[in-house]
Design a protein around this ligand. Structure first.
Ligand code: ADP
Ligand code: MG
Length: 493
């Protein structure tokens, strides 16, 4: 299946949108890329700054093995070429929050080369987005303009923190594809554990490259909107910027290659500066750093430490565990959900193939529904995976009906109690006591003699009515299977 083609309608007809994303992902590491300073989010300004980060004269950068390892693992997770020989370059520019006067980055020989990410922009639609490269570089500090009426301050905590710049090919054609790409990339980073993917805290930000063209034409000139920090804003940026470019072109104008800024308050982009080329930065190999050479043992450890990744997990859930395509896709979409689900399966003590389907159904309907209502993430679920396993076991062994299990679950959410205690204390057990059920059936039939006659006269549909009445008389606690059997006997017999 392919996706409907996304176009921008202009007065001259439809325009196609071409998108490439450069994602800056902060590497999960206790220390910075070239210094031992800490990287925790939200620390007091300038409390996590070493002499290297402050660019004191004579300080020498030393690469942090863990940061390199995380970038290599990320590259492996997207099936990318890992370059055993790479090099750090200086990208020279002046900025008040960059005391070195240059950023250490990688231009000519990046650590990771070409790879690919599979996305699902709409249900049942898949597309492969090419990755150009992943290079490792330093983050800059932060200027604070709101601390003093006439002065700006600088916070260097972030200065020197390791970033992976993940550069896609211009393979995306709609805001939906860009959204799906960012979500998938974030999922992979979180599975790998190389970046927490937290866009609100700035650990993942995207530079959004957009151009438009008439279908079949060459690529048009692109603009780049910097540092967009949510999936929603990226999608809005693309839509707004593509529309603006179409309007400019149709009015006879030209698109200038430039850097733009997204303003979420006005939902529009505006020009920041004309685009500079690589030569403007006078990149050159950093003389303070030797080339980075990776050996077999290092690569083997990186490879061996990779977890099962989202695509592989989703396929296994479907093919081996028999979980529906929808459930497999939503459960594997985030590593925390998959972990929770697998902890639940393990807690059942039963073979996964036996319990996976009911567990997946329960998780995607009941648990997701409840978490949604409570506005909680799965890691803060008031019900634990073990308690959830106990609940579905009570359904599997006939102690609870579907209706009763929902009631018990509600009480679990409120009290945090184990389901068996709730069933015991509140008498919520389902009954298969045929004597009690038969007695209620007899009463229901007496009270509805006319309907019994109609049913026996051929109005089969009334069967459901009798089931409903009997269940109601038993306060929802009768075993529905037993009720069905006994009703058939009493009505048809
Ligand atoms: P630079 O080094 O100047 O940033 P790159 O060639 O590395 O340029 O491209 C940067 C990003 O722009 C990549 O993500 C790429 O996919 C994207 N890109 C390149 N050409 C276009 C285009 N015509 N339209 C949209 N995106 C593009
Ligand atoms: Mg760029």
């Amino acid at each position: 299946m392919t996706e409907a083609v996304y176009t921008i309608e202009g007065v001259t007809g439809p325009w196609e949108v071409v998108i490439g994303l450069e994602v800056h992902a902060q590497v999960t590491s206790n220390a910075k890329l070239f210094s031992g300073a800490a990287t925790a989010f939200g620390a007091e300004p300038n409390t996590q700054v070493s002499l290297v980060d402050a660019a004191m004269p004579g300080m020498l950068p030393v690469p942090n093995r863990e940061c390199i390892r995380q970038a290599v693992r990320t590259g492996m997770a997207i099936g990318a070429q890992i370059n055993r020989w790479s090099q750090f370059d200086r990208k020279n520019y002046f900025y008040a929050d960059l005391p070195q006067g240059y950023q250490i980055s990688q231009l000519y020989h990046p650590l990771v080369g070409e790879g690919a990410i599979e996305i699902e922009p709409a249900e049942g639609v898949t597309k492969t987005i090419g990755i150009e490269r992943i290079h490792v570089e330093q983050d800059a500090g932060k200027l604070m303009h709101d601390q003093h009426p006439t002065r700006s301050y600088v916070d260097l905590n972030r200065s020197g923190v390791a970033l992976m710049e993940i550069v896609s090919k211009p393979d995306m054609r709609s805001p939906a594809e860009a959204g799906a790409y960012l979500r998938k990339l974030r999922a992979i980073l979180r599975y790998v554990g190389s970046c927490d993917g937290n866009m609100e805290q700035g650990s993942m930000r995207a530079d959004v490259n957009v151009s438009v063209r008439k279908p079949g034409d060459e690529f048009g000139t692109r603009t780049e909107t910097k540092n967009v920090n949510s999936v929603r804003f990226v999608m809005a940026t693309i839509e707004g910027e593509a529309r603006r470019q179409v309007d400019v072109l149709e009015a006879g104008g030209k698109i200038v290659q430039e850097t733009r800024l997204y303003d979420p308050d006005r939902n529009e982009t505006r020009s920041m500066r004309s685009k500079e080329d690589a030569h403007d930065y006078r990149y050159f190999p950093d003389p303070d750093l030797l080339p980075l050479v990776l050996d077999d043992a290092f690569l083997a450890e990186c490879e061996g430490s990779l977890p099962e990744l989202p695509d592989a997990k989703r396929n296994r859930y479907q093919d081996v565990l028999g979980i529906s395509a929808y459930s497999a896709s939503v459960i594997t979409a985030d590593v925390e959900t998959a972990r929770w689900f697998e902890a639940m399966l393990a807690a059942t003590g039963k073979p996964e193939t036996e319990v996976a389907k009911p567990a997946a159904n329960w998780l995607t309907s009941e648990l997701f529904g409840a978490l949604n209502r409570l506005g909680k993430d799965i890691v803060d679920s008031p019900v634990s995976p073990t308690q959830a396993a106990q609940l579905i076991a009570l359904v599997a062994d006939g102690t609870l009906s579907g209706t009763l299990s929902k009631q018990v679950f509600e009480i679990m959410l409120e009290t945090g109690e184990d389901p068996a205690n709730i069933v015991e204390e509140r008498g919520l057990k389902q009954t298969s006591d045929t004597g009690a059920i038969e007695a209620e059936i007899a009463k229901v039939m007496d009270a509805n003699a006319d309907k019994v006659a109609e049913y026996r006269g051929g109005k089969d549909k009334l069967f459901g009515f009798f089931v409903g009445q009997t269940m109601k008389a038993m306060a929802g606690k009768a075993n529905p299977g037993v009720v069905n059997d006994l009703l058939r006997k009493a009505l048809d017999g």
